[in-house]
Design a protein around this ligand. Sequence first.
Ligand code: GLA
Length: 827
Amino acid sequence: MLGSVRSLRTLAAVLLLLVPAGVVTVAAPAGAAPPAAPASRAEVLAPTPPMGFNDWNAFGCEVDEELIRETADTMVAAGLAAAGYSYVNIDDCWSAKERGADGRLVPDPVKFPHGIQALADYVHGKGLKLGIYGDAGTLTCAGYPGSLGHEDLDARTWAGWGIDYLKYDNCNNQSDGSQADYIRRYTAMRQALDRAGRPIVYSICEWGSSRPWEWARGVGDLWRTTGDISDNWASLRSIIAQNAPLYPYAGPGHWNDPDMLEIGNGGMTATEYRTHLSTWAMMAAPLIIGTDLRNASAETLAILGNREVIAIDQDPLGVQAEVVSDRDGLMVLDKPLAGGDRAIALYNATDHLATVGVPAGDTGLDPAGAYRLRDVWTGAVTEAAGTIEAAVPAHGTVVYRVRALRHHEHVAPAVTVAAALPTVVPGADSAAALTTTVTNRGSGPVRQVAVTAAAPAGWVVTPAGATRRPRLGTDQNLTTRWTVRAPDDVTAGEYPVRVTARYAWGRGATTTTSSTVVATVVTAPAPGRRALSSVVPYSTANGLGPVERDQSNGAAGIGDGNLLTIGGRYYNRGLGTAAPGELVYYLGGTCTRLVTDVGVDDEAPAAPATFTVHGDDTAVATSGPLAAGAAPVTLTADLTGVRWLRLTTTGTAGAHTDWADPVLSCGAAGPDDPVLPLRQTVFSFESGTDGFTVANPGTGGTVTQSTAFHTDGAAGLRVETPVPGNWFGAPVPASLDLTGRSGLAFDLRTEDVGTVGEIAVQVGDALTWCQAGRWAWTNPHASRTITEPFADIECPSGVTLDVARIRVVWVFLNTGGVVHIDHVRAE
Ligand code: GLA
């Protein structure tokens, strides 16, 4: 099975209504294995970060003994066991829904017909170890029996079966949310494991909620530091940003756990998956494979099996890399290794090729005349005098194993090939400027340096300066400007331009180094009225972090804003910028009008700020200075004949400046044409609660119409759940056909608690449940849009998601408390 069936846990309550009642239960196997000698608490069970496999990321609840056995077989056969992966871990959904008559947890008799103990014997027979999953609450996340109040019996049961690793989750925890309560619940299992007498690695999984790095050393061998990972770049980037700064807390037997690996699951590029393993290794994170190993590609196995990267993760010193620098999406990590080497990672979280580097003196490297850099992904060896640097592709990471260069070593100088290329507009009069810089970071000179740039067929790349240099000494560079012309008929998109430096070094050896810069081509917008946030800008400059699409400008990161909010009014479309800022769009003379609301966002009310719309070199509409908290102002700009549209904000630096609901009209579009991309409202809550009900009514959830939050019309829905987790939804109006739409979305605003937003649907006459595989966390007192492409909504096998036959739409809210939702729609 490809893809992931994630967060089925959330469906559990509902599934209870659908799964046939009376699940068969069997007694726990008698004659458990003799307990090993009591574990000494001084014993370090995880002197290096645990390595292994867990089924959750790839299989969700679809776990059984065959999968575990076959995975163990594959781990041995594919060489992963030899590379260090030793734990085979079963996640949620392994047990029956009820405890046995003796109170013990019972393996699901269908999924594990031979029981867990037999499986442990099998896995042990392969030289591997078996892990299991439990929960410090009344039910696991997927609704199976939890261990709260049953710690001793469950620990004894697991020890008796021969379990070697316990992942202990945090759902349905009955907690008051205090750190003391977390310590109590997780220590109870620690003590139970000690009493059970078998050495079992104890993996605390409370998602970083109670800052476990502050208290869990000595309780668990590792602790999750973040919410669940998903198989996409935004998730990976966000988890790295959260876990990297926690380096002071990690060490042998007490590891930060940024969650299991997604490598191989298909939602990221090979570059991103290499970043995944690279950063996990630098962060001394557990390496728990989360893909279907039985069907893994050679590329996946090669990434997971990279011995040099694994050696960095498993280094016996057991130190998590220090964050040496982290600016503008470029991070340098520095990890000491046994024997004196250091691993230095250059991580580029931006969307462009970027040069990432660090003076050797800013790292823990001892001063030396030169350093030997071994790239652990390519195997290339170079030498650097004083700057450890590389041109790193977007979302990529270069990891060097570094030590002082020995005198007799003949190693090529490290040469950085950097390139920057602004967005390209097709056509003869619109040549873009490519800048390339070849820098010699080696201790010896490079000679006969020549740089070339290769673009796709039909493009013309012409140097506007020197492309050769007889000699570059240490830290000298050759900077060249080029013009790049895309063919007139090129379609908008991304195109590679490969820049290569060729040079001689030492006694006549010749080497090349290349980088690929991606050219983004923009063309004039097609006719119609469209949300400006759906048009790719030619360029952006922003006072604070990146410009956000359809949300406000949170801070430094991408996607960290809220819904745009001006003077108490919420918008789900627009551009979140920060002063001083400039957005430039290429219109090519084809558009007529821009209408937009503007104002200072309520979330960070620095003010005043002024908004101006420029058509070519003329200001065509301006707001004048706007105060914090002021109502939105509507600007209307005539853009007839304008080639370049510029939107600027000036005023207090860092003011969160919102272009709310900007609509651009091009071609013959009239004011009554629908705004693209089209949206189809499913529930707007204007005339009431639109039939919304609570999926699990026993828990006392309520829904009421409310004007406290709305992103369309004048009202939304207020939802209250006394207990964590419930689905809210309603039958789709019969007249509604969602054919032609690509996904579902809704807007939400939290009050005192944060929540997880998700979407599920019921399809066809059988009302089959299909659920989204991803979920998005929203902090307390925050707002956002939850979107779910239909392609990411998974149905049970044999059922296809026919969007013409969606009968019921549900939204999920994970925590107890009050949450507002509005504008449930298809897009
Ligand atoms: C939580 C955990 C996940 C996984 C699921 C199982 O979300 O954080 O890693 O174990 O529960 O339901």
